[in-house]
Design a binder for this molecule. Sequence first.
Ligand code: SER
Length: 311
Amino acid sequence: MAETILVLGSNGQIGTELVSALRQVHGTNQVIACDIKEPLNASSPFELSDVLDKDGLLQLFKKYQPTQVYLLAALLSAIGEQKPKKAWELNMDGLLNVLDLCVDFKVKRVFWPSSIAVFGPHSPRENTPQYCVMDPNTVYGFSKLAGERWCEYYFQKYGLDVRSIRYPGLIGWKAAPGGGTTDYAVHIFHEALSKGSYACFLSAQTALPMMYMEDAIRATLELMDAQAEKITVRSSYNLGGISFTPEMLAAEIRKHIPEFTISYVDKDPRQAIADSWPKSIDDSFAQKDWSWKLKYDLAEMTSDMIKNIKK
Ligand code: SER
């Protein structure tokens, strides 16, 4: 049977790439991109929709009777600290509005992204396990942690097949990142190519888990394709990706642009956020349950980014 898929928050960094990937698999008309603003190059089908507008969402579900829903609308870590109540409202009420409609409309599969931001200063920093102490101290982080608990609850209580990934920082060339702590790893490429230099808001030695967008999209589709019995984690799966520091990334970029220079900006509020997050992640549950395997390492990601941004 053909799927009808709603992607809520389709204009963002993940949505932009996920909509095209889903359309390649399921056909253009089966994937309805939805966001609060019409993008410049809106490709149809597109619907204006706000996940906080319950009635508007209900009309959307009635019109399309979706079989799958991807809920990507969220405020990220750095922006969330500037607008804490707004971040909580959007990340939490948006999720609950959508989960309720998915139960009512008997949606077959739901995807909702979580993040490495669910970990906090008392979580193990290296090779952070799936299950450990979690004391996130950003609104984004604890809205994602609470969201994970809701997802698992809706699965256990209502049998809703919700699946989720704790994405590392995502790096891609097709869309801009949306106000997170890991955004430097995208900005650096654009400035390396346009200016030959970059002023980084994180310190040289700040290691964070990151992932090339191609891997992240493939992981999402693989998780959503897996048989339900295989999914043993109904909160959200750790995904490790590649761990590196700004200094390591700059050195890799220099292999392509030898004159590239990086400087470091002191006292940016995003530093404290990065310092509370893992440096690397253990994703053995994803490997075991749905055969997850990373493809892009730092060198391959860097050369692919530079090649594509140059175009
Ligand atoms: N990339 C996100 C952020 O930095 C983490 O999920 O906020």
